[in-house]
Structures are given as structure tokens and as C-alpha cells.
Design a binder for this molecule. Structure first.
Ligand SMILES: [Zn+2]
Length: 330
């Protein structure tokens, strides 16, 4: 059990990946989650294990040794006397929200099939909407860090129009459609692998090609329709397969079944979980969350996905509120 390690006055080194429960270093069920994280100190101990799996490492002098433990979670390096905490320099830096709340939100965000909105969190765990919204936004930034490995094999790429996204902020200049580009790994004989998505300003080559170069490994087969935005794709190191359709768009799902499927799941998620309350400036954050969850849909344990998110959060730099208020700069 994680509580056994103790936060105060222990001289023992933190053991390597100490199992939480019966060989698992993550809670498997909500009951285990509640039992393992009853207070901030148990959350902090878990963060320590994930951040310093080989024992506390001083961020200033890199000295590895059990720190001297002071009140309010302060850790003091025994070599250079630098004072720090497990949350400093991470996504949780200087937070005024309790770690148990952060953990609870991470748990629900990763274990609920479709995630959840700030409105739902306000209603169910009783925290202010704004606080919930900011935490969700910060976790979305942490999620993108774990999506670094490029897609490979055979990839479908196509654009999709997303309606109902609010443009122009609070003044509400009405909603118009947003353009997103979607890349999907296509598996043989059927099924899909991982996905990536980007909110783009227009469907020109100068938006589409950089997206493909960022998310698709060279040497892959890239399937697109006949749109001229993809014209120069073969000048990069891809095998470009084009399916030129007749003028009707109704056939899009026939030639790009993967993209079509993802686009419809995405639309359903934004309309369902978020009731369409997504603005254009924040759309990319939502795309990152959808991608994170979709790419882990086959994970055997949702608790493992929770652990991944917390793991990412301790290696993600602090994000000040102003940076997410008007859309994170991806
Ligand atoms: Zn030090």
C-alpha cells in the first residue's frame, strides 16, 4: 500500500515502482482509487514515485538521496539545501486546489468512457466550474505529450468540417464550421490503429502538409482524396495513394472509412459530453483529449490510463492560467 511509505521523517529511499496493490502500481477500480488516495499526502507520495522512480533527485544539484522532509510537503536537499516540493516544476505547481481533487478529476477523465465536462464536475464533485475547467485544460496539455510517436504503416488523411463550434468568443458572432484534419492508421484486414487531429485555418497545402510531416513517419503510405492541397505530398518521403472521387462528397465515407468514422465519433462526443459548448480557440485541446482517449481505447485497465496521465503531468511544465484562458498555443 502506498501509505506505508510515509511522508514524514523516513530515512528510507523511496522503493522503485512500489506496487500500490497486489503487483499493480495503479488503482484498478474506483474502490481501490478511493482507498489509495484518501488525502493529499498519499497523492504526493504517488507523485514522488512517478517523478523520481530512483529516489528523490534534487532539481538543482542532481544529488540523489532521501531529502529532509519539512512541514507542508517541503523537501530539502541534503547536499545543497535547496528547498523544493514534489509539485514544483510540474503541472501541479503552486496549485490552490487539493491534490485529491486533481487526482479525482484525472480518475474520472480517464476512466469515464467519454470523459466529462467541467459542468459535470461542478455538479458531481462540487468544485467551481472555472477551477474544474482550468484543471481539465491543463490535463489536456499533459495528454499531448504522450502522443509523440508518429503514426506509421498505412494512414488515411482527410479534412472534416465540424459544425456548432463557437467562433468569436463571448460576443458570439455566431457559429460557423471549423476545419480539422484527421489522420488514422488503417489496419489489415480491418480496424483502425492510432489517430491524430489538428484544427486548421484552411484546407490548403500549407496547413495540410506540415500536419502530415509532424504526425506521420516517413516511409508510410498516405491515402488521400484528389484534393489539390495534397499535391506535393510525394515530394516528402511518403508513398502517396490518391483516390479521386467523382464530384459528389457523399461518397467520402466510402474512400476514407477511417477518417469518416473518427469524425462522426468526435462530433458525437462534442455534442454529447460537451453539449456543443466548445469554442474555436479551445478546439485543439478537445481534439487532444479525444485523441488521448481513443488511442488508449484497448488498454486493459482504465487505471493504467489514469497512471499515464499523472505520469505525464509530473513531467509537464507549469502552465499559468493566462496561457490556457484564450486557447493554449500548441
Ligand atoms: Zn541539491
Amino acid at each position: 500500500m502506498i501509505q506505508d511509505i510515509g511522508m514524514e521523517n523516513t530515512k528510507d529511499k523511496i522503493p522503485k515502482s512500489k506496487p500500490l496493490i497486489a503487483g499493480h502500481d495503479y488503482p484498478r477500480f474506483y474502490r481501490e482509487f478511493v482507498r489509495n488516495f484518501p488525502d493529499d499526502s498519499s497523492c504526493a507520495t504517488y507523485l514522488e514515485q512517478l517523478r523520481w522512480p530512483n529516489g528523490f533527485t534534487c532539481p538543482t544539484c542532481n544529488h540523489v538521496a532521501e531529502p529532509s522532509r519539512q512541514t507542508r510537503g517541503r523537501l530539502v536537499c541534503r547536499s545543497c539545501h535547496h528547498q523544493t516540493s514534489v509539485t514544483s516544476g510540474t503541472l501541479f505547481d503552486k496549485t490552490r486546489t487539493s491534490l485529491t481533487t486533481w487526482f479525482e478529476i484525472a480518475w474520472h477523465m480517464t476512466t469515464a468512457k467519454n470523459g466529462l465536462s467541467a459542468k459535470t464536475l461542478e455538479r458531481t464533485i462540487g468544485i467551481r466550474y472555472r477551477v474544474a475547467w482550468l484543471i481539465l485544460q491543463r490535463y489536456r496539455v499533459a495528454m499531448v505529450r504522450s502522443e509523440r510517436k508518429q503514426l506509421s504503416g498505412t494512414i488515411e488523411v482527410d479534412e472534416s468540417l465540424l459544425g456548432g463550434i463557437k467562433h468569436g468568443g463571448k460576443r458570439g458572432r455566431g457559429s460557423k464550421k471549423s476545419i480539422i484534419v484527421i489522420a488514422v492508421e488503417v489496419k489489415e484486414p480491418k480496424g483502425f490503429g492510432r489517430i491524430r487531429m489538428r484544427h486548421i485555418t484552411d484546407a490548403s497545402g500549407s496547413e495540410l502538409l506540415p500536419f502530415i510531416c509532424d504526425v506521420v513517419a516517413t516511409g508510410s503510405v498516405v491515402q488521400t482524396d484528389g484534393w489539390n492541397g495534397y499535391n506535393n505530398l510525394s515530394t516528402f518521403e511518403y508513398e502517396h495513394q490518391r483516390t479521386v472521387l467523382s464530384s459528389t462528397n457523399d461518397l467520402a465515407h466510402v474512400s476514407m472509412p477511417g477518417v469518416h468514422r473518427i469524425a462522426s465519433l468526435l462530433k458525437r462526443w462534442i455534442l454529447g459530453t460537451h453539449q456543443g459548448a466548445v469554442s474555436a480557440e479551445h478546439l485543439q485541446s478537445y481534439l487532444e483529449e479525444f485523441t488521448f482517449r481513443f488511442n488508449r481505447r484497448t488498454s486493459l485497465s482504465r487505471g493504467l490510463v489514469f497512471r499515464r496521465l499523472i505520469e505525464q503531468a509530473v513531467v509537464t511544465e507549469p502552465i499559468i492560467e493566462a496561457k490556457v484562458t484564450h486557447g493554449y498555443n500548441w
